[in-house]
Structures are given as C-alpha cells and as structure tokens.
Design a protein around this ligand. Sequence first.
Ligand SMILES: C[S@@+](CC[C@H](N)C(=O)[O-])C[C@H]1O[C@@H](n2cnc3c(N)ncnc32)[C@H](O)[C@@H]1O
Length: 305
Amino acid sequence: MTASDLARPIAGMPSPRERFSADWLAQREWLDGRSRSHRLTGLAADWLATRPGGHGGPHGIVDLGSGSGSNLRFLAPRLPGPQRWRLVDHDPTLLALARRQGATLRDSVGDRLAIQTCCRDLSPVEDELLADADLVVASALFDLVSQPWAEALVAASAARRQGLLFTLSVDGDWAFLDAAGHRIEDEEDIAIRALFQAHQRRDKGLGPALGSSAPAVLAAAMSAAGYRLESATTPWHLAAGDEARVPLAESLLQGWHDAALELAPEEASRLERWRSRRLAGLAAGELGLTVGHRDLLALPPAGCA
Ligand SMILES: C[S@@+](CC[C@H](N)C(=O)[O-])C[C@H]1O[C@@H](n2cnc3c(N)ncnc32)[C@H](O)[C@@H]1O
C-alpha cells in the first residue's frame, strides 16, 4: 500500500523490519474508516453472531499487523460481543498505543473487550498466530507479504474454519483528480506510478512482496480453500480543495516520490520537478487524489461453522 512507502526507519532500531510511523497511521485512520466496506463489515458481524461464542468463550478475533490499533477501533463497536482480541505486530511501540487506546473501547452492545498484544513476526504462520480465533482480520497489510505467506495463512485459517476479513489491500492504482473529481494523469504520473508499483514488490521481510497483486492473490487462495468470498472496492478519495486533508495528500505524494527515487536515483531532478508541480496543485486546491484498495471477506462454507 501506499503507506508502506511511508514506513520509515526508526532511530535506534537496527532491525531491517518494516516499520511504520504512528503519526502516519493516525493520519490515515480517518480515511481508512471512511473508505472501507460497511457491507462486508456487516456480513462479518452477522456471521460472527452465529458462532457459538467461539471456543466456548468470547468471540476470538486476531488482527495481524495491527499497528496502533486502527482496525480494532473500527471493528470492535461494529462486531458482536463478547470479544477477545489478539493484536499481532512486531513493533512494540505501536502495540503499546493500541493497548492504551483499546482500554476504552466497547463492543456493539457496550461491553469492554479483552485485548492481548503479541509482539512477534508474522512468520511463521503457526498455532500461536491463529489459535482460538473465530475471525482473522488484517488491514493495509497484504501488499507487504509474499504469495507463499498469504497462501499459507489462508490455508491454515481454512483448516481452522476461521472467517477472514482483509481490508484496504492496495490494488496498485493511484491518480490525481481535478476539481470536478475526474481522473487526470500525464506521462510523468504514469512513469512514476510504474516505479512505485515496482518498489511495492520489494521484499518487506516476508519474501518478495505482493504489492498491488495482493487482492487477486488473496481472492484466488480463498476460493481454492473453499471459502465463500465477498469483495468490495474501497478506494481512498481526497477531493481537490479539501484543505483539512492536504497534509495527508502531501504525505502520500512524498511517499510515492521517495519510493520512485529509491528505485531510480538517476532521475532525481525529474522526480523533484514532478513532486513540486503536483504538490503545488494539491496546495492550491486544484488537485485531489484517489488510491485504489479492495476489501475481502472469506467465510467458511455453510454447515462448517
Ligand atoms: C501499513 S501498517 C498497517 C497497520 C494497521 N493494520 C492499520 O491499518 O493502521 C502495517 C503493519 O504491519 C506490521 N508489520 C509489517 N511486517 C510485519 C512482520 N513481518 N511481522 C509483524 N508485523 C509486521 C507493521 O509494524 C505495521 O504495524
């Protein structure tokens, strides 16, 4: 996803792992919430409500690559309780934020949640990752993972008859919008988007990354595992002239520029001209942005709850 390119090394953390700034995750949370599919969320809630309290207790929900808890904050009030969450991420700082903010959350009937955080790598896919879960969720994660990892996860979840709600996977598309909301792009936009998409496929720690092929690879793996599949396009739209959102649009543009520059340093001055021109358009309220995403919900075949 675009945000992967806003992942920044954190001072004092020598690990080459993919790290994301809490500020960036907070900046995008509002837009994520506005963009994601309420239909698929509702279907997941209906399905979870038919489960007999998971494994004899509350509904178990695992959030993979939870970051600072954006997915938890969106889903918890929309899903039936009681809920027991396990947030998995390799970044202890983000997990601490998620735990702190999660303390005040309630489920759809107003009860508190049980929240456990698990600071570890997402690989390997094993019992510790998926145990006791009815629903496995992840948001803005799958562009970072490899095809074998995604397929192993879907197969392991299918064997446990778990539901899967994987939201906001980028499909590789982004474009500028004019003041009327129409898509505009020139040769420079197209060339830089291609560089950005190539950057997305670089290894982020779990093997060669899926990048924009994440939605298609996931959907194929889910169908092959016998899941019933629901899908929705969930693009980000930032309208031209929405002043409050200019900083977010600028962060995105900067991320695309930086990713392209990393792959093509010899193009630095051309990239800088493009960045300045498009930044000026955003700041003047003449340009908006759209970024393509897809949400997927996979439910076990009827009769296999
Ligand atoms: C783009 S952020 C999304 C965070 C959160 N789901 C959200 O929607 O705000 C991706 C998250 O995946 C985590 N992550 C990336 N690679 C990981 C890995 N190999 N193991 C564990 N966590 C990982 C990052 O730390 C980050 O919190």
